[in-house]
Write a protein that binds this ligand. Structure first.
Ligand code: FES
Length: 646
């Protein structure tokens, strides 16, 4: 029973999913993008593009759209109701939840509905005040934020009751142990008297950070930051409900100092002023995003009491103004694995004046807090399956778990995935080709372009797609060389004229702006681009191959590959298999995990228990240094070729 490439309908049926009469959802082959248009009743409408195969629930959650849930996306709470504009497969859980009429109307459980085509999704308002939130890859987090608020109505002092102001307050919140600093002590007598002894105590961890007049318990917010080298993402969270209020992202303002961590470290080594400037730019990036999410969410920044930051070791050091030089030279030593808690104001954030910043701990100079956050979000230490986590980027971090043991490594992939060192490369912005489909029979090249506009260049996922497609149709051989012009004319006559030259270099034209445009003015893939991609994927494949060996596993043993990060999540799984970036396993086992660093940061804000879990991961995961391994070079050379398939 099979309807398409790598789609096992028996497996789908075993999970209780079956197509109803009239269902039009096609089986997906892991390629392209689908667009989900969310209509949020009582909220903001949003359109998002995700790789096919992601659930509607995850697509919403990654983009800050709250859908009811108390089970963590396991299909048991039956709360994640949404209405889709087309008939999609109905699970047994859907049948238990909805009447036949409702099913006919398109109602489904969002965590079981897979996005395999463009969908319009109606999201009802939240009905429950959750005790838990679903974040990351199906992780269920019991809400226990470090930020606590208590509204108290105190008895005014008298000659018979001369307790101090502080004792009067702490006696009323005796379920919390608090410490107090001078800034709060200065405010305390004034606020208590002006507010007629009706106040809200704000406690973060054990620190009494403020006493606010009246009852402000409903206003309790935090911001989770994914502090990436390229992109920074902020999510404003309502800590009372665990729901995202607003999400925003922007390029890291440190970009002028170079696209990767090494160039930023080098800048600090060459210019004594660079460290201060880089710190300031990191602060400005976070502060502007904080203001943006607060404005969009209609939240007073003074009600944001805590910030969690997941960043790599270099980004974390630069934000704190710590010299990153030792991270960039052997033996690659971090200043600390556990950055201290600092005040948000100390890193330039204009939030509550005593808001705290919790920074993720790091495993090593090149497996930083962003990856620890990612492991937390994907539950790498809690799943018995053999899972491979790959955060694809300039520096690619890889974690493998066999259900018991966790090993990790970092592979230097270079800038190809960010569009760097690619002739027509660009970032994933409007005009970037992100999807490429080649039809040799029709002689067509169909392009998916971000912003649905005229193609201007090729971003990382477009590069992977272009190479994978040209390998598939036979214009690139397994060694990564374009076939000869004669061979192309003979086997692929309708595409052969796209295979041409710019100067001495052979290129394949993807987009010609006008019929008589010079090749140099076209968007094309060059032979050198293919080589850049080969080196990048060779480094990554060597990383996971050596980790598999370390645990005595074969490619086939991998039950799930999680492609993570702002680039990895948008890779076509089918293309990733075809170029050998991931192990050769059925495409449905390859999952786009989304921005897991940001998800981990959200978890840390929502639960002190999860925060402890992140610290514990440091004792659980073994770091494997690849450059120490004698077999690294041979294995790298072996893995440069393209396996094809998928
Ligand atoms: S059934 Fe609980 S989240 Fe979908």
């Amino acid at each position: 029973m099979s309807t398409g490439p790598d789609v096992d309908l028996d497996a789908i049926a075993r999970e209780g999913l079956m197509a109803p009469p009239g269902a039009v959802t096609p089986a997906h082959d892991g390629s392209g993008r689908v667009q989900l248009s969310f209509t949020v009743v009582g909220g903001q409408d949003r359109s998002v593009r995700v790789p096919p195969g992601v659930t509607v629930f995850d697509s919403a959650s990654w983009n800050g759209i709250a859908i009811d849930s108390t089970c963590g996306g396991h299909g048991t709470c039956h709360k994640c109701k949404v209405r889709l504009d087309v008939q999609t497969p109905v699970s047994r859980h859907d049948r238990r939840t909805f009447s036949p009429t409702e099913l006919e109307q398109g109602w489904r459980l969002a965590c079981l509905a897979t996005a395999t085509r463009d969908l319009a999704v109606e999201v009802p308002p939240l009905t429950t005040r959750p005790k838990a939130a679903t974040v990351g890859v199906g992780r269920q987090v019991i809400l226990r934020p470090a930020v606590q608020k208590r509204y108290v109505e105190l008895v005014a002092p008298s000659l018979a009751d001369q307790r101090t102001d502080l004792v009067r307050l702490t006696d009323a919140i005796d379920d919390l142990e608090v410490t107090v600093d001078l800034a709060v002590l200065r405010r305390l007598p004034v606020v208590l008297r002006e507010a007629d002894w009706k106040v809200t105590a704000v406690v973060v961890d054990e620190a009494l950070v403020d006493v606010e007049p009246g009852d402000t318990t409903a206003d309790r917010y935090g911001i989770a930051f994914d502090l990436g080298t390229t992109t920074v993402v902020a999510t404003l969270l309502d800590l009372s409900t665990g729901t995202p209020v607003a999400v925003a992202s922007r390029l890291n303002k440190q970009q002028p100092f170079g696209g990767d961590v090494i160039s930023r470290i080098s800048a600090t080594m060459m210019d004594p002023d660079a460290l201060g400037r880089l710190q300031q730019l990191a602060s400005e990036t976070l502060d502007e995003l904080a203001l943006q999410v607060c404005t969009e969410g209609g939240v007073d920044p003074a009600h944001v009491y805590e910030v969690a930051v997941a960043g790599n070791a270099t980004m974390t050091s630069l934000l704190l103004g710590i010299d990153p030089e030792p991270l960039g030279v052997a033996p690659f030593v971090m200043p600390t694995a556990h950055p201290p808690v600092v005040l948000a104001s100390e890193v330039g954030l204009h939030l509550h004046p005593r808001a705290r910043v919790a920074l993720f701990p790091a495993l090593g100079a090149y497996v930083g807090g962003d990856i620890v956050a990612g492991m937390l979000a994907t539950g790498m230490d809690r799943d018995k399956r053999t899972r491979l986590f790959i955060d694809v980027g300039t520096n690619c971090e890889i974690v493998l778990s066999d259900g018991d043991t966790l090993v990790s490594t970092a592979a230097p992939a270079g800038p190809a995935f960010e569009g760097g060192a690619i002739r027509c490369g660009m970032r994933a912005a409007d005009g970037a080709i992100e999807v490429v489909r080649v039809d040799p029979a029709e002689g067509t090249v169909v392009l998916g372009v971000i912003g649905d506009t005229t193609p201007r260049g090729l971003c990382g996922s477009g590069l992977v797609d272009a190479v994978a497609e040209l390998v598939r149709v036979g214009l690139l051989d397994a060694s990564g060389r374009f076939v000869t012009a004669d061979a192309a004319k003979e086997s692929l006559p309708l595409l052969a004229d796209r295979l041409t030259q710019v100067g001495e270099e052979r290129v394949f034209v993807l987009h010609r702006p006008t019929p008589d445009a010079e090749v140099a003015d076209c968007v094309y893939l060059s032979q050198r681009d293919v080589r850049e991609l080969q080196f990048a994927k060779g480094a990554i494949a060597t990383g996971w191959a050596l980790l598999l060996e370390q645990l005595g596993l074969e490619q086939d043993d991998v039950q799930q590959v999680l492609l993570a990060g702002s680039f990895g999540s948008y890779l076509s799984p089918a293309s990733a298999i075809r170029i050998g970036l991931v192990p050769k396993i059925p495409v449905l086992r390859i999952v786009s995990a989304g921005n897991v660093a940001g998800e981990g940061a959200k978890m840390a804000l929502l639960s002190v228990r999860e925060r402890v879990g992140a610290a514990t991961l440091l004792d659980t995961v073994e770091y494997v240094e690849l450059s120490d391994r004698p077999e690294f070079n041979d294995r790298f050379v072996d893995l440069l070729s393209f396996p094809g398939g998928a």
